[in-house]
Write a protein that binds this ligand. Structure first.
Ligand code: AHG
Ligand code: MN
Ligand code: MN
Length: 281
């Protein structure tokens, strides 16, 4: 196979229109919960089943894991690539008809793997148009996925001048140190928070700034999953010239103990990440 990682990116791109096409009729919650204890939307299950089937059909893919599944699914073929997906990120935005999308990370070690084993990452954003962003080989690229795939940026870089910020979690649950940091940030940047990480991070990739979901007073590990959200989005933003952190270090330096481990998550402009780490330090 000439380009095994490229075959994974191709499958995600080719599956995206089917996922988007299946959203309208799947806005209802089933009775099942995912391993993070969140109720599964019918669209979560649909996207997850499509991606598992298509990705495991590739010889290059040895296993598939997602935030919707308890355990890693291992293929018989013994492929060298291990793919971790958030099949639908921001799925609570489906009822309110707002942005959401699919996240993927391609590792060359079995899952759960350290961020250093991430060899490619990316996401599909179901916004007014469908776009895909990938990070591999030190470059971030962006495509418009319409009838076919049009490359619109072959070297996407985080803007030098930060403009927007967005932080999740209810304000009374923020720690004092984080709340003090946000008081500074909100005096400098514009608020952009839409409830789907990849929609909000795309604001940061487009306009510059910072996105985060902090550790909370009563939940210091925060809400977002390291393997399915933290690693891939950190890989994209760091490859685009930005930085990531859990409040202390790059998210890619974290080696997960558990598949569904949560982490505080911050990505964006290096200066704001540095200021965050000293504020929380
Ligand atoms: P998912 O739909 O995959 O569970 O992800 C939702 C995540 C993330 O996309 C977003 O940043 C965050 O949850 C929003 O959380 P709140 O609803 O608490 O703002
Ligand atoms: Mn998510
Ligand atoms: Mn999800």
């Amino acid at each position: 196979m000439s380009d095994p990682v490229g075959s994974v990116v191709d499958v995600v791109a080719e599956t995206a229109p089917e996922i988007r096409g299946g959203l309208a009729g799947r806005r209802v919650y089933g009775s099942e919960e995912n391993p993070s204890g969140e109720r599964k939307l019918a669209a979560d299950v649909y996207a997850d089943d499509l991606l598992e089937e298509r990705l495991l059909a590739l010889d290059a893919v040895g296993s598939y894991a997602s935030e919707e599944r308890d355990a890693v699914v291992t293929a018989d073929g013994g492929g060298a690539l291990h793919v971790a997906c958030d099949p639908l990120d921001g799925s609570s935005n489906l009822k309110s008809n707002n942005a959401m999308g699919t996240l993927f990370g391609v590792y060359d070690e079995p899952l759960p793997a350290p961020g250093s084993a991430l060899i490619a990452s990316g996401f599909v954003l179901f916004g007014p148009i469908t776009t895909m962003v990938t990070a591999r080989g030190g470059t971030v690229r962006e495509w418009v996925l319409d009838d076919d795939r049009d490359l619109v940026d072959d070297d996407l870089r985080l803007p030098e001048e930060p403009m927007v910020y967005g932080f999740g979690g209810r304000v009374p649950r923020w720690t004092e140190a984080f709340a003090d940091y946000v008081t500074e940030v909100e005096a400098e940047l514009k608020l952009r928070y839409g409830g789907a990480m990849i929609g909000d991070v795309t604001q940061v990739l487009t306009y510059g700034g910072i996105f985060g979901y902090p550790g909370l007073r009563d939940r210091p590990e925060g809400k977002l999953r390291l393997l399915f959200e933290g690693h891939p989005i950190a890989h994209v933003v760091e490859t685009a010239g930005g930085a990531s952190s859990d409040g202390e270090r790059s998210l890619l330096d974290i080696e997960p103990d558990r598949l569904h481990e949560r982490t505080p998550l911050f990505v964006g402009d290096e200066t704001y990440i540095e200021r965050l780490e000293s504020a929380l330090g």
